[in-house]
Design a protein around this ligand. Structure first.
Ligand SMILES: Nc1ncnc2c1ncn2[C@@H]1O[C@H](COP(=O)(O)OP(=O)(O)OP(=O)(O)O)[C@@H](O)[C@H]1O
Ligand SMILES: [Mg+2]
Length: 275
């Protein structure tokens, strides 16, 4: 059997000075090539889980493994770990470190063993991919929140990690930029990067994910292929997640209409049923 890319075994974490663990006894595996979504209400532990996965926080107990190798919190291993795993923070302001857009994207690249020519090539390509050419020399503090979010995502994706963790990646993005982001994600997924998205956007999760993980109050409540979760309205209800909009519309249709059809994953699939 193939080893998971990333694995949590009995991981617990409590923030200093707090009473209850933010993440408790988490066991989960992220398979290579799978599009994984982490769902759950505000405060359920999604961001904490991603910080732990990236080695920014240290587990109180349990351990995290990369292809069977446990994470040890020494500088050399952490450096290597963060070359493999890229994390785009929920709050882009926490992520951006340099003075301008181009400098910020270059900053991460300069920490990798790359030639100057390769750094320049990746910077140029990233600015193009994220439509940031015109903002390249802008000071970061002059950008809107949506623009900062794009720069933060671009900076992480330029590093071409093997595993990309995105925390609420569509927050602050308008519809056009969201569509653009998912085109980019499809492209990098096809080139071999595994992607994990933490979100409470059920519509996004339903349209995108192959695998769904649900957290509640720091505990793992569910982990399964996404269709097993979204195909079961009772389970979604039990987990208090509600239904994606498309499924809400689907279940509002007369049963005879839905008979022998699987729920549509996209609007165009629903349209094709009506032809
Ligand atoms: N720096 C911190 N210090 C103390 N407690 C924290 C800190 N950050 C988060 N917490 C607590 O840890 C728990 C998990 O928070 P976390 O940010 O991981 O949730 P989340 O699922 O990402 O929420 P959201 O959907 O709002 O982003 C919450 O109870 C939160 O209050
Ligand atoms: Mg969060």
């Amino acid at each position: 059997m193939l080893l998971p890319l990333l694995e949590f075994r009995s991981v617990c974490y409590t923030y200093p000075g707090t009473e209850y663990p933010a993440v408790r006894d988490i066991n989960l595996a992220i398979a290579a090539g799978q599009k994984t979504v982490i769902l759950g209400h505000n405060g359920c532990g999604k961001s904490t889980l991603l910080f732990l996965a990236d080695g920014l926080y240290r587990c109180d107990s349990g351990a995290i493994y990369w292809q069977g190798e446990p994470l040890k919190y020494q500088a050399r291993m952490l450096n290597l770990w963060r070359q493999r795993i890229g994390l785009a923070f929920q709050d882009p302001e926490q992520q951006l470190v340099a003075a301008t857009v181009a400098e910020d994207i270059s900053y991460g690249l300069c920490n990798l063993p790359l030639s100057e020519a390769e750094i320049a090539r990746r910077l140029h390509q990233t600015l193009l991919d994220f439509s940031l050419q015109e903002l390249a020399d802008r000071p970061l503090h002059h950008l809107s929140l949506g623009q900062k979010r794009r720069v933060a995502l671009a900076g992480v994706m330029a590093l071409q990690p093997e595993l990309l963790l995105l925390d609420e990646p569509t927050a602050y993005l308008d519809r056009r930029q969201t569509r653009h982001l998912f085109e980019e994600l499809d492209r990098i997924q096809a080139s071999g990067t595994t992607i994990v998205i933490a979100t409470h956007d059920l519509d996004l999760a339903y349209a995108w994910a192959d695998w769904a993980i649900v957290l509640h109050e720091g505990r793992l409540m569910h982990s399964s292929p996404a269709p097993d979760l979204f195909g079961c309205a009772d389970l979604l209800e039990e987990l208090q997640l509600g239904l994606p909009t498309l499924l809400e519309c689907w279940y509002a249709l007369p049963p005879a209409y839905r008979d022998r059809r699987s729920p549509p994953r996209t609007l165009s699939e629903l349209r094709s049923y009506c032809l």
